[in-house]
Ligand binder design. Structure first.
Ligand SMILES: CC(C)(COP(=O)(O)OP(=O)(O)OC[C@H]1O[C@@H](n2cnc3c(N)ncnc32)[C@H](O)[C@@H]1OP(=O)(O)O)[C@@H](O)C(=O)NCCC(=O)NCCS
Length: 181
């Protein structure tokens, strides 16, 4: 497992399927992700089975609180390019009760440190819907920079939305925060 200050990133287990299924069908989570249609439990369980198998191009993690070891979200590093040493990533805190308590920031910081210090990647990027103000705030305040914008890239809730591309580079990563959740 990978220890952050307030969270732990660990491998998925089959027992995580029910929570993942619930989160991937929660409109408040799904509106910030590219997932669009309701997901059947069997499809989510199949996704989880695949996510548990090590892949050269993607890695998946369950996010746990460090204090009570509750599984509160998921994170992925994907599109890994071992020549250019770049990758994409995504994550969510699925339990709304755990939002705005510092867990998301620490999960991002922990994932970024692992990608740079252990996987020897040199750049990570993430796509965020322009209307996802919380994610943009967290990422920009954690050292990410906006590299570009895909205009009218995604249709959601009856309108087209821009997607911003936020990136962080190993040689500009900021130091760990001092804050407590
Ligand atoms: C984005 C996400 C990971 C952040 O996790 P979190 O645990 O809630 O974040 P934190 O508690 O670490 O930080 C929240 C910060 O956002 C700020 N914030 C909250 N709501 C906000 C809003 N509507 N607009 C701007 N900032 C906001 C808080 O004030 C806090 O800022 P601070 O650290 O400077 O005080 C989480 O909300 C989430 O999973 N969202 C759904 C999925 C998602 O958006 N994933 C990322 C894009 S793929």
């Amino acid at each position: 497992m990978i220890a952050g200050e307030h969270v732990i990133l660990r491998a998925f287990e089959r027992e995580d399927a029910e929570r993942c299924y619930r989160w991937m069908n929660d409109p408040s989570i799904v509106r910030t992700l590219k997932s669009r249609y309701p997901i059947a439990f069997s499809n989510e369980a199949e996704w989880l089975e695949r996510a548990m198998v090590p892949s050269p191009t993607e890695r998946h993690f369950a996010i746990e609180r460090k204090d009570d070891r509750a599984h509160i979200g998921n994170a992925s590093i994907d599109e890994i390019d071992w020549v250019s040493r770049t990758a994409s990533f995504g994550l969510f805190i699925g339990e709304p009760g755990a939002w705005n308590r510092g867990f998301g920031s620490d999960a991002i910081h922990t994932l970024v440190r692992f990608a740079f210090d252990e996987m020897n990647l040199q750049k990570l990027r993430i796509h965020v819907f322009d209307y996802n103000e919380r994610a943009k705030h967290v990422l920009l305040s954690r050292g990410f920079v906006q590299e570009g914008k895909l205009a009218r890239e995604f249709f959601r809730e009856g309108a087209y939305h821009d997607i911003v591309i936020l990136s962080i580079f190993r040689d500009t990563i900021p130091h760990a925060p001092e804050s407590q959740p």
